[in-house]
Design a binder for this molecule. Sequence first.
Ligand code: PLP
Length: 235
Amino acid sequence: MEAPLSYERFEQRAVALESRVRAACERVGRKPESVKLMAVTKTHAAWAAEYAQRYGLACVGENRVQEAVSKKQERPQWHIHWELIGTLQTNKARLAVETFHRIQSVDRIKLVNALQRHCADIGRERLPILLQINAGNDPAKHGADPEEADALLQAALQADRLEVQGLMTIAPLSDDVEVARQTFRALRRIRDDMERRFGTPLPELSMGMTGDIEEAVEEGSTLVRVGTALFGSRD
Ligand SMILES: *Cc1c(COP(=O)(O)O)cnc(C)c1O
């Protein structure tokens, strides 16, 4: 399929995005290298992931298991990491374990147990994961409630094939960017608090998308997940 966007145009957008991240880092005294950029390629065909790879990004994000499987099959060689950022149904957990480098959307104990079991079944020794927390108390309910976070982490730490690397959140839809900022601040607090109480490092904070990158970086994001600003709107 022909790409609707030239690589040169993509490159300009990626450079512009990196300077947005850098400026936000400077405002709060962070090192720009402390924030990674993930290209969210959902709904776009395989060209989008190829552009990301060619540009030198380390990972791409997909929100549907089957879509990622198809894109990976379409080309023989990928050296970019595929990550799942969308809700995972338990009946697709096995395919997800076979497909993704990391799963960011681990939001319930039942899923932790399913991932652990499938890793054991297929002989995968280590699956990096993030715990998705509804830090903004979004009524749309993406992620575990903050009150469930402890039990979720406890279960994930007991699953020896899973490596909990940190937390992920999606800010509630709002015209007010302060809603996003408060969500990101809450996720960071939850992280700091869990690190202290569990004595386990949770370095990755996956937060921020096209509309709230600055707020996320200022509040401590280590990974921004960006689709629209790189590839244009999804229709
Ligand atoms: C689609 C999506 C993104 C990217 O959103 P944009 O606004 O296009 O940058 C980031 N994270 C998740 C979980 C998504 O589903």
